[in-house]
Ligand binder design. Structure first.
Ligand SMILES: [Zn+2]
Length: 106
């Protein structure tokens, strides 16, 4: 009996194996096996994210956070990257800086 994996409902969800792959990438970044390359894109996300390089060659479709080394899938869209906590923190921080002067906590 053949099992068609494509029809499995899990294929539509986030695949645990894929998640594990990104955890491994993060691990290698932490160990220094992979390096995060500074990306000079127009988007603000590149202040936080960079492409991941493995001994000189860039790993396609992967970006990593320079702040916490978390790896993410990147498919020419930054929409999933802007949801990342470090990016949100960066945004909040710059917003907080203007708030701080007004904020009076006794
Ligand atoms: Zn991060």
């Amino acid at each position: 009996m053949d099992v068609t994996l494509d029809e499995s409902p899990t294929s539509r969800r986030s695949i645990p194996e894929l998640r594990e792959q990104f955890i491994k990438i993060k691990d290698k970044i932490v160990k220094g096996e992979y390096t995060i390359v500074i990306e000079t894109g127009k988007s603000k996300v590149w202040k936080i994210f960079g492409k991941v390089e493995n001994s000189g060659s860039v790993i396609s479709d992967v970006v990593a956070c320079k702040n916490c080394n978390s790896a993410f899938k990147f498919t020419n869209s930054t929409s999933n990257l802007v949801k990342h906590k470090c990016y949100k923190n960066l945004k909040n921080r710059s917003e907080d800086e203007s708030k701080i002067q007004v904020d009076h906590n006794t």
